[in-house]
Ligand binder design. Structure first.
Ligand code: NAD
Length: 330
């Protein structure tokens, strides 16, 4: 069996080699993403795997894969919004995803942002680098005296809840589905507004869909404590960046930790050193001292990458040999 992998990046070479040691398949890959220029690379292979954030809207790509006799696309991500499922169905392409590659990876990044902001590292690091070793402004609270609010207590939110609870914080949560038995450390709130009013740290862990797009906006930001920090490691469009900037400028919020942004496309994963950043929002957020931005790397751990490779290739083989897999996206 021969599988072609698109969009391979640095951290994936090692897990691919490990996979090949224990599975009798052939693999070739490119660092390029699947698009109309690269689709022909799939010719002669039995299956493909992709990892990309840009949407594949061009029907000719699906059509060409079908003419190359490709029967599936194994995504190495949980999200599948880059695929047009109607077109995939039209051209008999079975799509699989990796529903959970390592919730801990993302939860640990949310914890990193939490501690970075609480301990005022955003003030400490530049101060130290400029050889100023003074203390004013660096006085911090202890997390055990704080209330952490989690929006979306699912796989990742649940792990984050355990981590911060382990540090002694009070944990409150808001979710459209309450799983009290799975998350005994979480005190569920009836409404999102209740959570926003009470929390010292607000960490977002919902999917991006119609119900969550723009969830954090002018109105909801006004409900937060002026001393609160907002953390988004979920999906950019859940937080309205423009409104967040206004709230930060008006001191309605103490700061933000953002691993994902509504304006990240075209920037994250690209080197803009010496180049102009045209997005007004990204430019502004980068200038704000109390904002920590990481370029959508919460998932980027060795464990998560190995799971992404293993689970996606296992699913590709399952679909190709038995036409089924528990990871088929419907
Ligand atoms: P999950 O499905 O396990 O959990 C999501 C939770 O959100 C569920 O409990 C669900 O009931 C809840 N929810 C859905 N809509 C809601 C709403 N309108 N209000 C309140 N709660 C709502 O998902 P997960 O695996 O924990 O992923 C969480 C988020 O993390 C997703 O947005 C995912 O795309 C993102 N993610 C980010 C990275 C990264 O590298 N930054 C990596 C993986 C996943």
């Amino acid at each position: 069996m021969k599988i072609f992998i698109y969009g391979v990046h640095d951290g994936e070479f090692e897990p691919i080699d490990e996979y090949l040691k224990i599975n009798n398949i052939k693999i070739e890959y490119t660092t390029e993403q699947l698009n109309s220029d690269t689709v022909s690379l799939a010719q002669g292979f039995d299956g493909i795997s992709i990892k990309q954030s840009n949407h594949i809207t061009d029907e000719s790509i699906y059509k060409k894969l079908n003419t190359y006799n490709i029967k599936q696309i194994a995504l190495r991500t949980a999200g599948y919004d880059m695929i047009d499922l109607k077109l995939a169905n039209k051209y008999n392409l079975t799509i699989t995803n990796v529903p959970a590659y390592s919730p801990n990876a993302i939860a640990e990044m949310a914890l990193t942002h939490t501690m970075f902001l609480l301990r005022k590292m955003y003030l400490t690091i530049p101060r130290i680098k400029s050889h100023n070793f003074t203390w004013p402004g660096l006085l911090a609270p202890e997390i055990r005296n704080l209330t952490i609010g989690i929006i979306g207590v699912g796989r990742i939110g649940g792990v984050y809840a355990k981590l911060v609870s382990g540090l002694g914080a009070k944990v409150i949560g808001y979710d459209i589905v309450r799983r009290e038995h799975e998350n005994p450390v979480v005190e569920y709130q009836e409404t999102l507004n209740e959570l926003l009013r009470k929390a010292d740290i607000i960490s977002i862990h919902t999917p991006h869909d119609d119900s969550t797009e723009n969830m954090i906006n002018k109105k909801t930001l006004k409900l937060m404590k002026p001393t609160a920090y907002l953390i988004n490691t979920a999906r950019g469009p859940i937080v309205n960046s423009r409104d967040l900037i206004d709230a930060l400028e008006n001191k309605e919020l103490a700061g933000a930790g953002l691993d994902t942004l509504d304006c990240e496309i075209n920037y994250f994963q690209h080197n803009y050193h010496g180049k102009e950043i045209k997005s007004k929002e990204l430019k502004k957020l980068l200038q704000m001292e109390n904002v920590l931005i990481t370029p959508h790397i919460s998932f980027f751990t060795k464990t998560a990458l190995k799971n992404m490779i293993d689970i996606s290739l296992d699913s590709a083989i399952e679909v190709l040999t038995s036409k089924t897999s528990k990871n088929i996206v419907k």
